[in-house]
Design a protein around this ligand. Sequence first.
Ligand code: DAT
Ligand code: MG
Length: 136
Amino acid sequence: MSERTLILIKPDGVSRGLVGEVLTRVERKGLRIVALDLRTLDADTAKSHYEEHAQRPFFDSLVEFITSGPLVAAVVEGHRAIESFRALAGATDPVNAAPGTIRGDLGLEVQANIVHGSDSTYSAEREIKLFFPDLA
Ligand code: DAT
Ligand code: MG
């Protein structure tokens, strides 16, 4: 089943020069990039993106971090793309993420964990609309 997911290469990934590394892994997996953009988020978009975490103690810090510099937003498409990219990304905390995953190989801290990927079909639809409202 082909589906779409939203991925972000967060500001830490961009500032560390990991855009090519992440996109290479995505493309080698067989996922196809259908939208791609470097941008800096405003606070309202960041809060909306992370609305499910609004009550968490780390929410303000998370919004500050994700708006701290340019990120890369992308929509990728392919067989079970949502779950497929989550598997490529690895566990939320890079310390626990398996070697071979993006976070497991390249990350160390839970907030600066390099990438985001939608976690369900509902989130993917919502997040794609938020980041790429004009995407057909
Ligand atoms: P994921 O990005 O794996 O979907 P999530 O949706 O639970 O993880 O959390 C969103 C982001 O919030 C996560 O990528 C990093 C940050 N985060 C999660 N748990 C955290 C914590 N305990 N302390 C600080 N930041 C955290
Ligand atoms: Mg999440």
